[in-house]
Design a binder for this molecule. Structure first.
Ligand code: MF3
Ligand code: CO
Length: 248
């Protein structure tokens, strides 16, 4: 069942999304060579206390941390830990909170110091793919328009979109219907209506789209070892067009 949100609910989700964006921005400012991903996770969790919000991921289906930190060939759901970031790494940080009963969810991929040309292009294209998907979030459009916009942007640049993980509806639950694939398949489609709120989250690989989950049960990596980037925003379909809720 797809749950549409009232204008009042969207205002609460905007507040949740704003806190997500502000915390991600603060954590991002700490990224530099030598920092461990565990330090970033601890900071994100402390900032949740400061903002009086609950981290959305910690404990979700047993996920142990507030932040997901996925480095280089790691796609999503990487565990923060003692790994020290190195110049040239790319780090995807995925983060969500619950605030006044509603969730916000966002992700960014950041270069550590100077990164290689391919890594830079992969991050740019993935960010642009998200922007293209957001632009398709209009009343009367179709969910497959969002998927197609993301996929086109990634593939026309020679990259591939991950199929094993998808975006999602979001609201009182972190994951609601519908699923938001980053590719056009033969799955269900739907008309987009006012009040629909989606977490759009392209995961784009420099090589093939295949991913596998490591022995920890969570960390997804590219099968071919190629780099992967991930960007995500929480977006509402409104009478005035797409509204990004997860901005600072
Ligand atoms: N943005 C991701 C998602 O929507 C983050 C989930 S991590 C988890 O699936 F730990 F909560 F699963
Ligand atoms: Co999400």
């Amino acid at each position: 069942m797809v749950v549409l949100k009232s204008a009042r609910e969207i205002e609460i989700m905007r507040r949740a999304g704003r806190i997500v964006a502000r915390i991600l921005a603060e954590v991002r400012a700490r990224i530099k060579p030598g920092v461990t991903t565990a330090e970033l996770d601890r900071l994100a969790e402390k900032l949740c206390d400061d903002h009086r919000v609950e981290p959305a991921f910690k404990g979700y289906l047993g996920y142990p941390y507030a932040l997901c930190c996925s480095v280089n060939e790691e796609v999503v759901h990487g565990f923060p830990g003692p790994r020290r970031l190195q110049e040239g790494d790319i780090l995807s940080m995925d983060f969500g909170v619950r605030h006044q009963g509603y969730f916000g969810d966002a992700a960014v991929t950041i270069g550590v110091g100077r990164v290689g040309a391919e890594a830079g292009r992969l991050m740019d294209v993935t960010r642009e793919a998200l922007t293209a998907g957001i632009a398709a979030c209009v009343e009367g459009g179709r969910l497959s328009d969002v998927s197609a916009a993301v996929q086109r942007r990634a593939e026309e640049n020679g990259f591939s979109v991950v199929r094993q993980f998808v975006g999602h509806g979001i609201g009182r639950r972190l994951h609601e219907e519908p699923q938001v694939p980053n590719y056009v398949g033969d799955g269900r489609d739907m008309k987009l209506s006012q009040g629909l709120v989606l977490a759009i989250e392209p995961m784009v690989n420099a090589g093939g789209y295949a991913v596998k989950v490591k022995e920890d049960g969570w960390t997804a990596v590219t099968v071919d070892g190629s780099l992967s980037a991930h960007f995500e925003h929480t977006v509402a379909v409104t009478g005035d067009g797409p509204r990004i809720l997860s901005l600072p």
